[in-house]
Design a protein around this ligand. Structure first.
Ligand code: BDR
Ligand code: CA
Length: 311
């Protein structure tokens, strides 16, 4: 199985992404590392434990990472995910412990200890932890097999400001550090995730699944979906973070290009925006595989088939 660490800020769509990974026998989830993002880092760590308890996978450690972004105060997305970060299902308080080791230190050691190019990092929130790890231990950049992240937007515009996607906006300095690090990076931006809509028919197929994990997913998607449907007026709410895990499992669900991606840092109007050199207008070297297309039916088929395996 392919070894992964998931760095995350659960988060409704984070929870779905984590469950998708847990359901696959081709992925071995080594740990969940949490970060401040949708809600506080204490809450994202608690939510990570909740998900593992629900899926009966308390053998997987949870490490809490950074409590705020590098260059400014915290921005949250509790208007989408609810005050708990995972509003909808009635999940009990977790009883499994959060590990005492800080998430950034765990990441550095785990990446150094793993055989060269054996480990993928799946990033579902602001990139603070990986950026801090790269500052402390630059050698880890070439040790990973790759990083796959949900973040950025090219043609779609932003979802938290007119120009910026939430994960990049919540810590633009961190995204900038990661993009300049030389790490092999795959990005699933809004351009892709806005094609993966939870339509009523797709939600109905998830609702028909028997397990308590699938029921929790449906309850969360219904709660957060109400916000998104009002906002966008589409046939369903976008499902962002699971696209990263889906790409690991079935890369041909997505299409994109190797391009240069830079982050706007200094202009208040565009702070956190991903500036994508899609048409190769500069000599800046490619630093990411930036996706622009998704097979949404294939994606939901994969997700539904996998969630059916969970308790
Ligand atoms: C991203 O923002 C968060 O609210 C979601 O969990 C996702 O990671 C989408 O822009
Ligand atoms: Ca997220």
């Amino acid at each position: 199985a392919h070894r992964i660490i998931i760095d995350t800020d659960p988060g409704v769509d984070d929870a779905v992404a984590i469950m998708l990974a847990l359901a696959s026998d081709r992925l071995k989830v080594e740990a969940l590392v949490t970060v401040a993002g949708n809600v506080t880092v204490e809450q994202t760590a608690r939510n990570a434990c909740r998900i593992l308890e629900l899926a009966q996978r308390t053998d997987i450690p949870v490490h809490a990472g950074c409590a705020r972004p590098i260059g400014h105060t915290r921005v949250s997305a509790s208007h989408v995910h609810g005050v708990t970060g995972m509003d909808g299902p009635d999940l009990p308080d977790p009883t499994m412990p959060v590990q005492p080791r800080h998430g950034v230190d765990y990441l550095i050691d785990a990446i150094r200890d793993a055989p060269q190019h054996s480990l993928h990092l799946v990033m579902l929130g602001p990139m603070t932890n990986l950026a801090m790890a790269l500052i402390k231990a630059p050698d880890i950049a070439t040790r990973l097999r790759g990083v796959v992240a949900m973040g950025g937007a090219r043609c779609e515009g932003g979802n938290i400001t007119p120009s910026a996607e939430f994960n990049f906006y919540a810590d633009p300095e961190a995204a900038d550090i990661v993009l300049r690090s030389g790490i092999a990076l795959t990005l699933l931006p809004l351009d892709v995730t806005h094609q993966c809509l939870t339509t009523p028919a797709r939600l109905a197929r998830l609702r028909a699944l028997p397990g308590r994990c699938a029921s929790a997913v449906v309850a969360m998607l219904e709660a957060s979906g109400r916000f998104d449907l009002n906002k966008y007026g589409w046939a369903g709410a976008p499902l962002h973070d699971p696209c990263t895990v889906a790409w690991l499992l079935q890369p041909d669900l997505f299409a994109g290009r190797q391009v240069n991606v830079a982050i706007s840092l200094h202009d208040p109007l565009t702070r956190g925006m991903s500036v994508v050199d899609w048409w190769d207008t500069t000599d800046r070297p490619a630093n990411a595989l930036f996706m622009h297309d998704a097979n949404a039916d294939g994606f939901y088929e994969l997700l539904t088939r996998h969630l059916a395996r969970l308790p």
